[in-house]
Design a protein around this ligand. Structure first.
Ligand SMILES: *Cc1c(COP(=O)(O)O)cnc(C)c1O
Length: 421
């Protein structure tokens, strides 16, 4: 049996209708922006393998550091024990975050980072004897696929079978200068019952790269602060340079209470999640009363290999070369966005840093099942480019090692595909 037949016999793929899906393409090697399949074809990974890869595939420096760590200490229980990679990573990360972020809690992925954040907020109120249980989130939000994360995500075809079991959330629109007063009135109707507000800052990724202004978010955050509503800033996607700055937080003057990270955290090499919080949150769990403990943990909490990968990736991220690449990609996207805006088949072109998105003009209603997405996906694959449209929304989220020429190659193909459609 070949790899595809063996795969089909045993593997169940994510977000995939296995009955109708094409066979998965076996990838045998990755190098820089390229993925290589078993037939010798190569593909530019224009979506950073679901938005995680920062410095390209199989980066030699990260590989070397992880390999050394693997020979030194691969894993240790993180209750009652600690290790250098976790200490160093927490120190390095906190230095880059808003000053009020003071403590780091480790978990395994973006969804768990969100679960931890929600539990911190709810128990923060509980430990102080406050009866606050309502949570605010944006319509169309995406915070992950576990139950708590699903609950604070927009209701959609993804969450439908579980609808009855998801906890109730107050959904608000993303803020604009026009609707901000209505949103504040909607929140005020719940008086003191709202415990926290969770949001993807500046960009709602999975919703289709929907973007909104930092100024309007600041305005909403100010309102939450004044009304004693804790803020969870989910930077799982926006973190580590995607927006053109290190974090979306760098565009905001207001500070969240809690932040969530994953995806680019390890440069896309290993699964890990981080939830950071202020001392104000942390201190509410300090007590002689055991019931006030944060009873949460995962077997692989603060895995030394993943911490080491994150340390190596952050070193690469902060060096001049990578910072210049991020600015170059942002600049190239900006120029190309002007070309796209002129195209008759394109609408709603939008960009934040290295993230560029646009929509194919479409007379039918946008939906995840929109046939056009699949056609585009296949067409780009045949041209050696991995793009993954969300319905009729197309986007680029390339690794930072993508060269000027490689980006131009992607742009050229996009225009050719648009023209031929
Ligand atoms: C991807 C994503 C998550 C979930 O992360 P997983 O690692 O896939 O569980 C949460 N929040 C945002 C904003 C994301 O983009």
């Amino acid at each position: 049996m070949n790899l595809q037949e063996r795969d089909k016999a045993v593997n169940w793929h994510p977000y995939t209708q296995m009955k109708t899906a094409d066979d998965a393409i076996p990838i045998v090697k990755g190098k820089g922006v390229y993925l290589f399949d078993d037939k010798g074809n190569k593909y530019i990974d224009a979506v950073s393998s679901w938005w995680v890869t920062l410095h390209g595939h199989a980066h030699p420096y990260i590989a070397q550091r992880v390999s050394e760590q693997l020979h030194t200490l691969e894993q240790v229980i993180f209750a009652g024990f600690t290790h250098e990679p976790a200490i160093q990573l927490s120190e390095n990360l906190l230095k880059l975050l808003p000053q009020n972020q003071q403590k780091v809690f480790y978990s395994d992925n973006g969804s768990t980072a969100v679960e931890v954040a929600l539990k911190m907020c709810i128990q923060h109120a509980y430990n102080q004897g406050k009866e606050k249980t309502k949570i605010l989130a944006f319509k169309n939000a995406y915070h992950g696929d576990t139950f708590g994360a699903m609950s604070v995500s927009g209701r959609s075809v993804w969450t439908k079978p579980f609808g009855e079991m998801l906890f109730e959330v107050i959904f608000i629109d993303t803020p604009t200068s026009e609707n901000i007063e209505d949103i504040k009135a909607q929140i005020s109707a719940y008086q003191d019952e709202v415990v926290c507000f969770i949001y993807e800052p500046l960009i709602q990724g999975a919703a289709g790269m929907l973007m909104y202004n930092a100024e309007d978010l600041d305005n909403l955050m100010k309102f939450c602060r004044a009304n004693d509503i804790l803020m969870i800033q989910d930077e799982v996607f926006t973190g580590f340079g995607r927006t053109g700055k290190l974090f979306a937080a760098n565009y905001l003057s207001e500070k969240p209470d809690i932040m969530c990270f994953s995806k680019g955290l390890t440069g896309g090499t290993m699964p890990m999640g981080i939830t950071t919080c202020s001392n104000e949150i942390y201190n509410a769990f300090l007590s002689d009363d055991k019931y006030k403990t944060l009873f949460h943990g995962h077997s692989f909490t603060a895995n030394p290999l993943a911490c080491t990968a994150a340390l190596a990736s952050m070193e690469l991220l902060l060096n001049d070369e990578t910072q210049q690449s991020i600015q170059r990609i942002s600049g190239q996207h900006f120029s190309f966005s002007k070309v796209l805006r002129e195209h008759s088949k394109v609408e709603n072109v939008r960009q934040t840093g290295t993230i560029l998105a646009w929509e194919i003009k479409n007379d039918h209603k946008t939906s995840y099942f929109n046939e056009i997405g699949k056609k585009l996906y296949d067409e780009f694959l045949s041209r050696g480019i991995v793009m993954r449209p969300l319905g009729n929304v197309m986007y680029l989220v390339p690794p930072y090692c993508v060269s000027t020429e490689e980006l131009n190659f992607i742009y050229k193909n996009i225009l050719q595909v648009l023209d031929s459609f």
